[in-house]
Design a protein around this ligand. Structure first.
Ligand SMILES: Cc1cc2nc3c(=O)[nH]c(=O)nc-3n(C[C@H](O)[C@H](O)[C@H](O)COP(=O)(O)OP(=O)(O)OC[C@H]3O[C@@H](n4cnc5c(N)ncnc54)[C@H](O)[C@@H]3O)c2cc1C
Length: 383
């Protein structure tokens, strides 16, 4: 492993990592894509149950200028038309024994309001190409080496440039350009000591990060047929705050719903805090739908730390780390867009800062269930 020298070393094969890997593959195949897990795709996995297939890392995609621009980039990389016309979305709030249009929390302070606000836009963009299928499509267009079970434990530098990464604490992998698409907060331990002052390290660590607590329920009876998103609170204000939920159209004898809330990352290591948050989400659901939790067919709990945060690290305009001009940051946390929008926009920003432009080829296929997706042709390297 130590002999090979890659043009690009990408750390993390979530959405931004895969978008970068597929984009750069149009120009070179000398790329290493390193992933800590056994497989690629990060949080974007397919959830399957008796009601069909569902997303894990997507519940709502807002319709904004920035989100359209993000999807246009993703379309160009995948050479596929992936989104439909926007549609109105409505959120409801349960109060005084009835559902009302959600108009905000008024005077009530919600710690993770910024995270929740993303889900509460009045218009959404339906994605016709499921996001859990994107990783496969992007991987088909990746021409380099994928190295699973490779946790980057250190960036190693000399004279203001990263020379290599340390993998699993033992192996060294050399490269020219390094692109970090992992958990932003981890940079406080991954960066070479000399390039991160104690003050910057503090700034990265001390700010709030949120762990998302997700609860998927396959209900044993239908209870509501609505497209409205739900914001549910308890009867009294407490430190755990509201949860956000999506209900899928019911069949005659079952229904599926997905719920998400957030807890401070610092507290989420404590299993009691997570259990308490889940219990509370269930109480909120039961208050609005008293029979919804009777004899559920199944429940799925997914806890994801460092979902979002406001950690600060000085980066140059081209998204390299100050003092390390070949280490590019493509983690979504650093982008003003949030969530998937931030992930795609940050990948696009790094691709263009690296000097590349990704055009749609052959006007793009339109994705439909029956489309057979062909890998992109691999143009001659221009490097
Ligand atoms: C439950 C959930 C629900 C969501 N809902 C929505 C939604 O409704 N709308 C929306 O727009 N967005 C949503 N998002 C957010 C969005 O999908 C993600 O933020 C986005 O896709 C980017 O993820 P990521 O690549 O940063 O992280 P991940 O998907 O976690 O990928 C990061 C990858 O990097 C790897 N990695 C990390 N560190 C290292 C290392 N040191 N060495 C090697 N590999 C490493 C990890 O193993 C992982 O595979 C949701 C996310 C989650 C988790």
């Amino acid at each position: 492993m130590s002999q090979r020298h890659y043009d690009y070393v990408i750390v993390g094969s979530g959405l931004p990592g895969l978008l970068l890997a597929a984009s750069l593959s149009r120009f070179t195949d000398n790329i290493a894509l390193l992933e800590a897990q056994d497989t690629f795709g990060g949080c974007h996995k397919k959830i399957t149950n008796a009601m069909g297939s569902f997303e894990n890392g997507l519940r709502f995609f807002p319709d904004t200028e920035s989100s359209r621009s993000a999807l246009n980039f993703a379309e160009a990389v995948m050479n596929l038309k992936i989104y439909d016309e926007p549609k109105e979305s409505q959120s409801v709030f349960f109060e005084g024994g009835q559902f009302k249009p959600f108009l905000g929390f008024g005077d009530v302070h919600v710690d993770f309001y910024d995270e929740l606000a993303y889900f509460l836009s009045s218009s959404e963009l339906p994605l016709k190409f499921p996001v859990h299928e994107w990783p496969k499509r992007l991987m088909e267009n990746f021409k380099g080496d994928f190295l699973p079970r490779s946790i980057v434990t250190r960036f190693q530098s000399e004279e203001g440039r990263v020379k290599s990464v340390l993998i699993n604490g033992t192996k060294t992998l050399n490269g020219d350009q390094f692109i970090f698409c992992g958990t932003f907060k981890d940079l406080s331990v991954l960066l070479p000591t000399e390039s991160l002052s104690a003050r910057s390290k503090n700034k990265l660590n001390k700010t709030t990060y949120w762990t998302s607590i997700c609860l998927d329920i396959l209900h044993s009876a239908p209870f509501e047929n609505t497209n409205a998103y739900h914001v549910l609170n308890g009867t009294t204000q407490d430190e755990l705050g509201p949860c956000f939920g999506k209900l899928y159209p019911p069949t005659e004898n079952m229904q599926f719903s997905q719920w998400i809330s957030f807890v401070d990352d610092e507290l989420s290591d404590d299993s009691e805090v997570t259990a308490h948050a889940l219990k509370k989400m269930k109480r909120q659901i039961k208050r609005a739908y008293p029979t919804a939790l009777d004899n559920p067919i199944s429940e799925r709990i997914f806890v994801y730390s460092n979902y979002a945060g406001d950690g600060v690290l000085k980066v140059n305009e081209n998204q390299t780390i100050a003092g390390l001009d070949n280490l590019w940051i493509a983690s979504p946390t650093i982008n003003p867009g949030k969530n998937m929008v931030g992930a795609i926009k940050q990948a696009e920003l790094v691709v263009s800062s690296l000097g590349f432009s990704i055009e749609k080829q052959n006007d793009g296929q339109t994705y439909a269930e029956e489309t057979t997706i062909e890998p992109l042709p691999h143009p001659e390297s221009t490097l």
